[in-house]
Design a protein around this ligand. Structure first.
Ligand code: KG4
Ligand code: ZN
Length: 352
């Protein structure tokens, strides 16, 4: 049951955020007066590393084990007793079903025990809101938001808190997935974005290979072609054995050149899509969020573009780019201020 009216909390509001949609168990406390008071996270990356991607069963089991400790730590770090929590916010969609269920069931039990309202949060809305977490001056509405993570790449016009319009999304792989898949081709583990950035830096962010920039219809993205272009480039040069499905004899210099060229190409694709969106929509700012926004090269390119064209630019610190619960708590606070609560019947919606 939802109602729309602005609720006046007599004192500052404390929101406990919980995030378990994929391979991070995270909890955070957001206070309307003090901002982010804690943001605690257990990353399962080492557990999935050897498999080259997230193993859903391992992910849910790890969430079950870690969530009580992570929530306790978030409360302790924020000097917040559980009884002081005003609202519980939890990611309900999209994500791995088993992982989402752990966070949602824990949040429901907590909200029930504390007799506090619960807010179900869309993970992607959380990423959009992550751009506001550290801003002293609010990012003006409407603004264009580029969200790029391991599972999603999309452009939105954000009209207000929680009111956003999808302009386009990826037709195939997400940008983060392209980094992860190329990293795997090169023989690195999962996730691959950070290591690709490191190698690209060693290559001076030069475009050695001129991989094709896929132009897609409308405002959508496409990244599977670039991954295939890298694959055939490696095969042609004798660095990848298609039958054995593994990298062979690639030297450091070529690894650097592939990584650098991939990053420059993805930067070009981002800027091309952003420019297309701005040609059709009048906005005041640009935000860049999601795990891929932890990439300093990409952030700097988009920031420079925004500066040159007179737009306000915001992108979170790397710790709020990748999955975290502070962004979930932040969405919880503005929903709670409008009394957009859910009931304890709130369910997960893995695919929306
Ligand atoms: O937002 P996120 O933590 O999880 C999802 O919701 O998917 O994003 C993870 C993605 C991974 O694909 C990872 O390779 C990418 O973000 N990533 C990066 C960097 N750090 C993480 N991509 C490019 N450069 C980075 N520095
Ligand atoms: Zn995410």
């Amino acid at each position: 049951m939802r109602a729309l009216h602005v609720v006046k909390f007599e004192r500052s509001m404390k929101v406990l955020g919980i995030e378990t949609s994929c391979d991070e168990t995270a909890a955070a406390v957001y206070d309307t007066e003090r901002g982010v008071c804690s943001s605690v996270l257990f990353s399962q990356i080492p557990a999935h590393h050897a498999f080259g991607g997230v193993v859903p069963e391992l992910a849910s089991r790890s969430h079950i084990e870690k969530i009580p400790h992570i929530v306790s730590e978030a409360l302790t770090t924020a000097f917040c007793d559980a009884s002081e929590v005003d609202v519980v916010a939890v990611t309900t969609r999209p994500g791995l079903p088993g992982s989402l269920l752990v966070g949602v069931c824990f949040a429901k039990a907590l909200a029930y025990a504390l007799n506090r309202p619960i807010v179900g949060v869309d993970h992607l809305e959380g990423h959009i809101a992550s751009a506001y977490l550290e801003q002293v001056v609010p990012v003006p509405f409407p603004h264009l938001c580029l969200t790029a993570s391991g599972g999603h790449t999309a452009l939105y016009i954000v009209h207000d808190y929680g009111t956003y319009e999808l302009l386009g999304r990826t037709a195939d792989d997400a940008a983060g997935e392209a980094f992860d898949k190329v990293a795997r081709l090169l023989g690195f583990g999962y996730p691959g974005g950070a290591v690709i950035e490191q190698r690209a830096k060693e290559g001076g962010f030069q475009d050695y290979r001129a991989y094709p920039r896929m132009r897609h219809r409308g405002m959508s993205f496409s990244f599977s072609g670039i991954k295939t272009a890298v694959l055939y480039d490696l095969v042609q040069r004798g660095y990848y054995d298609l039958q054995a499905k593994k990298v062979v004899r690639i030297d450091e210099r070529n690894t650097i050149e592939v990584a650098s060229s991939l990053l420059v190409a993805i930067g070009d694709i981002f800027l091309d899509r952003i420019a297309c969106a701005l040609a059709e929509h009048a906005v005041k700012g640009i935000t860049f969020v999601g795990g891929v926004a932890a990439n300093r090269y990409l952030t700097q390119r988009i920031a420079q573009f925004a500066r040159e064209h007179g737009y306000v630019f915001a992108s979170p610190s790397p710790c709020y780019c990748t999955d975290n619960a502070a962004m979930i708590a932040y969405v919880g606070h503005y929903r709670a201020q409008r009394a957009l609560f859910d009931t304890l019947a709130v369910d997960i919606a893995p695919r929306t």
